[in-house]
Design a protein around this ligand. Structure first.
Ligand code: ATP
Length: 274
């Protein structure tokens, strides 16, 4: 099958029930001599209907992982499969089409269009994907996120938590296979964060979707079925059935470990330069 096609339809060979697979994904930023390896060979397989949190120290590659997995950034090497189909090649239009069909994304800062109403923001992905704008379906999703009464409001007329719930409705309206969240609760108060996490959990448990969420917050991570820990661009741990306490403890150890490794690497470099 051609690797130059934006999306290789490899669904038939995909393991049953696998929503997302990364094989040896690398992402190197910058020009030669000034390169940063953000992802250093990440391989992972996530089953359909799972809720995974991605955690790790600042700069460990969490956002890069999400962006590569969602087809918003291109890996330097390795392969990404969503729902059994490979995200690959250099055909930008086909990649965009693929994203619009199978992927939803929720950002920390909501990213709603300020001049569009709640309903218009939510139906926009359907328009962009050239699909029928089913307002009844959009309204049902907005009711599900508790905003059935706010359809004609502008984002500026809503609280942060409400705006993020609109963003979740927008991410779900196309019925995507995988929903990615990059710190979706990072800008919210505790109560709004809990609402948003409950909605993501519902997408998994009731609607069978797959959620992958980057977070710094052990409490948010405890809503997931499992946590992947990243450090220096690699997966260094996995915790099923996470509790906030266990995750917080693991993160403290991870931060100490990364600091020790960086100090040792610095000492080696200094020794080599002497
Ligand atoms: N566009 C870019 N150009 C150059 N370097 C980049 C770029 N994007 C990310 N990086 C680098 O790649 C590494 C991983 O960044 P990334 O944003 O994925 O980390 P993160 O774990 O999400 O961090 P944080 O928790 O602080 O958001 C960092 O060293 C970062 O500086």
């Amino acid at each position: 099958m051609s690797r130059n096609k934006a999306v290789d339809q490899a669904g038939a060979s995909a393991p049953h029930g696998e929503a997302l697979r990364l094989e040896g994904v690398r992402r190197v930023y910058g020009a030669e001599g000034n390169q940063v390896t953000a992802l250093d060979g990440v391989s992972v397989s996530l089953p359909a209907g799972s809720f995974t949190a991605v955690m790790g120290p600042s700069g460990s590659g969490k956002s890069t992982l999400l962006q590569c997995a969602a087809g918003l950034d291109r890996p330097t090497g390795g392969r990404v499969f969503v729902d059994g189909a490979e995200l690959a090649g250099d055909n930008e239009a086909a990649l965009t089409r693929f994203r619009r069909q199978r992927i939803g994304f929720v950002f920390q800062q909501f990213n709603l269009l300020p001049t569009l109403t709640v309903m218009q923001n939510v139906t926009l992905p359907l328009k962009l994907a050239g699909r029928k704008v089913d307002r009844r379906h959009a309204r049902a999703i907005l009711e599900r996120v508790g905003l059935g009464e706010r359809l004609d409001h502008l984002p500026a007329e809503l609280s942060g938590g409400q705006q993020q719930r609109v963003a979740i409705a927008r991410a779900l309206v196309t019925r995507p296979r995988v929903v990615f969240g990059d710190e979706p609760t990072g800008a919210l108060d505790t109560r709004s964060a809990r609402d948003v996490l409950g909605l993501l959990q519902e997408a998994v448990r009731v609607y069978g979707q797959t959620v992958v969420m980057v977070t710094h917050d052990p409490v948010a991570a405890s809503y997931a079925d499992s946590v992947l820990f990243l450090a220096d661009g690699r997966i260094v741990g996995h915790q099923p059935q996470p509790t906030a306490e266990a995750v917080a403890e693991r993160m403290t150890h991870l931060a100490d470990e990364v600091e020790r490794q960086r100090a040792a690497a610095g000492a080696n470099m200094a020794g080599a330069n002497r």
